[in-house]
Design a protein around this ligand. Structure first.
Ligand code: ADP
Ligand code: MG
Length: 263
C-alpha cells in the first residue's frame, strides 16, 4: 500500500496571545493519545512557546511525573542574512530540512507560527492541508479577517491576512494539491453569553461564506489552560479529573479535535 503524505496542520494568524500555541499543544497531545505519530515544528523562534512547553513536559517526566507521549520536534529559526534574497533562500532550506526529517516517519506535522507576518510563516501557510486560525471574541480580532460594516455586518474588504491565505490557496491548487481546509476558531471564549458574543457569532457566520473558512467554537477562557504550562501538560494528560471545569475543558478539546476532521 502506498504511504500517505503526512498531513500538515498550521496554526497561524497575525496576532499574539490568541491561543495558537496552547491550541497547537492540545491538538498534538490529542493526536498522540489517539496513537498517531506526530511531529511539531516551532517557527516562533522568539517566543518558542511550544518548544518551552515540550521542554517542560520532558522535565516533568524526568522529575518523576507520569510518562506522557512526546512528539518529534524541531525549531526553525528565522535567517539573519543581510540580503532579503539570501534570507528567503535560507528560511526555505531550513523549513524544508525539518519537513524532510519528519515527513516519512509521522502522520501529522503541526507547525506553530509567530503572531506576525514573516517569510517562514508564509511558506508554512502555503503548505497547510489544514490551517487553524484562532481569534479572540472581539470585533478587533475580526478585523484580522476582514473589514466588516458596523450596520449590516457585510464584509467590506478582506484583511491583509485573508489575502495571504487566499494566495496560499491559489498556490496549492496551481500545484495540484487538494484544497486547504481553513478553520477559524473562536478561542478564549468568555463564559458569559454576552451581546458581543452573539454579534461576533453572527459576523463569523456571514464571513465564513465570503472568505471560505469553516468556523468552529474553540476553548473557553479557563485558568487550567495557563496552569498546566509549567509542567508541559494539557487537559488531555490529566487523570482522575473531578473538577467540573476541568471535565468541561477536556470535553471541549475532544470536541474540537473531532471538528477539525484530521484523520
Ligand atoms: N483558552 C485559554 N484560557 C485561558 N488562557 C489561555 C487560553 N488560551 C491561551 N491562554 C493563555 O494566553 C496566553 C497566550 O496564549 P498562546 O497560546 O501563547 O497564544 P499565541 O500562541 O497565539 O501567542 C498564554 O498565557 C496562555 O496560557
Ligand atoms: Mg505562540
Amino acid at each position: 500500500m502506498e504511504k500517505k503524505d503526512a498531513r500538515i496542520i498550521v496554526f497561524g494568524n497575525e496576532k499574539g496571545g490568541t491561543g495558537k500555541s496552547t491550541l497547537a499543544m492540545h491538538i498534538v497531545v490529542g493526536l498522540l493519545n489517539e496513537g498517531h505519530r506526530v511531529a511539531v515544528i516551532d517557527l516562533d523562534s522568539r517566543q518558542k512557546s511550544v518548544a518551552r512547553y515540550l521542554q517542560n513536559r520532558q522535565t516533568f517526566m524526568a522529575n518523576g511525573g507520569d510518562t506522557v507521549h512526546m512528539p518529534a520536534f524541531a525549531v526553525v529559526t528565522h535567517s539573519d542574512a543581510s540580503l532579503i534574497k539570501d534570507r528567503e533562500t535560507e528560511d526555505q532550506k531550513n523549513l524544508q530540512t525539518a519537513l524532510n526529517e519528519f515527513k516519512e516517519s509521522v502522520e501529522f506535522i503541526i507547525i506553530d507560527c509567530p503572531g506576525n507576518d514573516t517569510y517562514l510563516s508564509r511558506l508554512a501557510h502555503a503548505l497547510a492541508d489544514t490551517l487553524v486560525t484562532p481569534i479572540n471574541d472581539s470585533f478587533v480580532d475580526l478585523d484580522l479577517l476582514g473589514e466588516v460594516s458596523a450596520e449590516s455586518y457585510e464584509v467590506k474588504k478582506l484583511s491583509f491576512y485573508s489575502e495571504m491565505v487566499w494566495d496560499s490557496r491559489k498556490f496549492r491548487s496551481a500545484s495540484g494539491k487538494p484544497p486547504m481546509d481553513w478553520v477559524v476558531i473562536r478561542s478564549r471564549l468568555a463564559s458569559l453569553d454576552s451581546r458581543n458574543n452573539k454579534r461576533v457569532h453572527k459576523v463569523l457566520e456571514s464571513l465564513q461564506k465570503r472568505i471560505m473558512f469553516r468556523y468552529v467554537p474553540g476553548l473557553y477562557e479557563r485558568v487550567i489552560y495557563k496552569e498546566l504550562f509549567p509542567r508541559g501538560l494539557t487537559v488531555l494528560d490529566m487523570v482522575n479529573v473531578t473538577n467540573l471545569s476541568h471535565v468541561a475543558a477536556r470535553q471541549e478539546v475532544r470536541s474540537l479535535l473531532e471538528k477539525l476532521n484530521l484523520s
